[in-house]
Design a protein around this ligand. Structure first.
Ligand code: SAH
Length: 235
């Protein structure tokens, strides 16, 4: 089961523990809250969201799913954490948007709805799965021909080790210790290789800057810590 689902149950349990506080902008998901407007902007600049069918894979409590839905997209949000999916569903009562949240694996959604999405988002997930290549495969299957895939993740550099693990987990206490595993961080070139293997065309790599003190996030050229990519399935 574990191999076909491409899930680390330890990872899921870690995020489920945070579920109740997911929508607290000052809780453990605080960096995700702060990054969210920049991520939405990046996506919205590259795909017309109104009435687009969008998959948000590893949606967590639904920060990006809701933002996409508010921009007019018809969103399916999937995650393997039952508690985070419950929190995501509960939050819809407060936000008055619609999202189809499912506890489902990327493999299951890809098998159920191949070539069905006008865009696929997968933010801050690939560094938590046992088999990154299998995840990219599933995401590629979901895309309609010509549709973009958006991903964000942490680069594997001394800077990201310093910022995401030492800084965020040990010094600032911003994230629980053990949230990230350095060996699972992916270099842009490694992600690009996974895209090539699936026949996806890399369109953009942008650095995602973040200052946890001012809580400002921005797009830039520096990809050493966190970065966003856009790749496209050929039409
Ligand atoms: N994409 C969201 C949440 C990122 S946190 C955002 O950026 O706002 C990572 C999420 O991935 C958690 O909700 C966790 O439950 C989920 N996750 C971890 N491993 C997973 C897997 N193998 N399949 C699906 N979701 C997974």
């Amino acid at each position: 089961m574990q191999a076909t689902q491409n899930v680390s149950h330890k990872e899921i349990a870690r995020f489920d523990k945070l579920a109740a506080r997911w929508w607290d902008p000052d809780g453990e998901s605080r960096p995700l809250h702060d990054l969210n407007p920049v991520r939405l902007d990046y996506v919205a600049k590259r795909v017309a969201l109104r009435d687009a069918r969008v998959a948000d894979v590893g949606c967590g409590g639904g920060l990006l799913s809701e933002a996409l839905a508010r921009a007019g997209a018809d969103v399916v949000g999937i995650d393997m954490g039952l508690k985070v999916i419950e929190i995501a569903r509960l939050h819809l009562h407060e936000s008055n948007v619609q999202v189809d949240y499912r506890k489902q694996s990327s493999a299951e959604l890809a098998a159920a709805e191949p070539a069905s999405f006008d865009a696929v988002c997968c933010m801050e997930l690939i560094e938590h799965v046992p088999d990154p290549a299998a995840l990219v495969h599933d995401l590629a299957v979901m895309l309609k021909p010509g549709a973009p895939l958006f991903m964000s993740t942490l680069n594997r550099t001394p800077a990201s080790f310093g910022a995401a693990i030492i800084g965020a987990e040990y010094i600032a206490g911003l994230l629980p210790r053990g949230t990230h595993h350095y060996a699972q961080f992916l270099k842009p070139s490694e992600l690009a290789r996974l895209f090539r293997q699936e026949g996806l065309e890399l369109e953009d790599i942008s650095g995602l800057g973040y200052n946890p003190i001012t809580r400002k996030a921005w797009l830039g050229r520096i990809t050493a810590v966190n970065y966003l990519v856009c790749a496209r399935k050929p039409a």
